[in-house]
Design a protein around this ligand. Structure first.
Ligand SMILES: [Mn+2]
Length: 367
């Protein structure tokens, strides 16, 4: 019988003696929780397993879910391993500069749910229908009958809660709910997770959100809504972009909006990050790809060179063109061939795949 992709990943990991678990920079609770879970669940099964993150942990993550497990990366550090596991990472460039320090010539296990995944692994398990890599890794451990210790239970539950937008987005499948339910049966606490992920905010964070809300503006008759934060906003409040994990949903709450955009300066204002969300049929991953980004159909992102004002101007110009080409069908021929029809997202792994390149990759968002 053919081995399932999950089993192939598990086999490759259990064969190794020194496993390094990595994930995309500016980690979200999904990739972070999954890194924690893999280390905690497998540390008695492989001689050495450790997780490293390029960036600081997500600002908000349940403390009791093993946050201490993930080490932070120092540039130039020699990373040893005889097996690399990448989770939630559509492309190796999403690892940031850490990608340059990975050991060469060792097998790479690629576990991801982004349709734009480039299949960079030696073993690839890419399931765009999965709610989260948290759900995928839960299934993988369960199928292998590997007991999941308490920190891993909490971390995987937080991963699923976060990537489904607290069980709201279109990726909130029966499978996601089932995995979450089983994790609660195994001891995950919905309340502790909620407190850890969303509560206990500082005054500075709320002030940053106030500034973001105050910046709300609309274009194209209200079908495009955007908020923006400058490098100065972050500096003045002593916060980084990790404090704004869900801000892209702020403009999305506006009535009749089709594309929601969150612009924010990074690298001290030298570059501008663009986080995109959509409802309905608009595919923002295709928009992000025009700028070298990628992501999910309803949640994607990219980075533009230059400060906020210039990046915004260039991007909003492209949004207008994108909206027209997405809404008005035609010239249908090449559009439909390229996207495989509107059902592209429901096709088996790989078929709906497009070259995504580097970019901010966000969870699927539904409508
Ligand atoms: Mn994810």
């Amino acid at each position: 019988m053919a081995v399932s992709p999950a089993a192939a990943c598990m086999r490759a990991i259990l064969k190794a003696r020194d496993v390094l678990v990595v994930a995309h920079e500016r980690p979200d609770p999904d990739c972070y929780g999954t890194q924690i879970a893999l280390v905690c669940a497998l540390r008695d099964r492989v001689p050495r397993i450790h997780a490293i993150s390029h960036s600081p942990p997500p600002l908000r993550f349940p403390r009791e879910a093993g946050v201490w497990v993930v080490e932070s990366y120092r540039p130039g550090r020699i990373l040893s391993a005889d097996c690399i596991v990448a989770v939630d990472t559509a492309d190796l460039s999403r690892l940031g500069s850490m990608a340059n320090d990975l050991p060469r010539g060792v097998p790479i296990v690629n576990i991801d749910h982004h349709p734009s995944n480039t299949m960079f692994g030696t073993v690839n398990w890419v399931d765009p229908r999965a709610s989260s890599v948290g759900e995928m890794v839960y299934l993988m451990l369960k199928q292998a009958k590997i007991p999941i210790p308490p920190e891993a239970v909490r971390a995987l539950y937080a991963a699923i809660v976060s990537d489904t937008g607290r069980f709201s987005y279109s990726n909130t499948t029966p499978g996601a709910m089932r995995a979450a339910a089983e994790l609660i049966e195994s001891g995950a606490s919905p309340e502790a997770t909620w407190l850890g992920l969303y509560m206990n905010r500082s005054m500075a964070e709320i002030e940053l959100e106030n500034r973001a809300r105050a910046s709300l503006e609309t274009r194209l008759g209200g079908s495009v809504a955007a908020i923006s934060l400058s490098a100065a906003d972050f500096r003045e409040l002593g916060l980084g972009p990790e404090a704004t994990q869900e801000f892209a949903t702020i403009p999305l709450t506006l009535k009749d909006v089709a594309i929601a955009i969150y612009f924010y300066e990074i690298d001290g204002g030298r570059r501008t990050k663009v986080s995109l969300r959509s409802v309905g049929r608009i595919r923002v991953d295709r928009l992000a790809m025009r700028f070298g980004g990628g992501g999910h159909e309803k949640a994607a992102g990219c980075v533009l060179d230059g400060p906020l004002a210039a990046a915004k101007r260039a991007f909003l110009r492209a949004v207008g063109r994108h909206l027209v080409s997405e809404i008005i069908p035609g010239p249908a021929q090449d559009r439909n061939a390229a996207r495989g029809g509107d059902g592209a997202e429901k096709r088996p792994d790989g078929e709906a795949r497009e070259r995504g390149g580097a970019g901010h990759v966000r969870k699927k968002r539904g409508g």
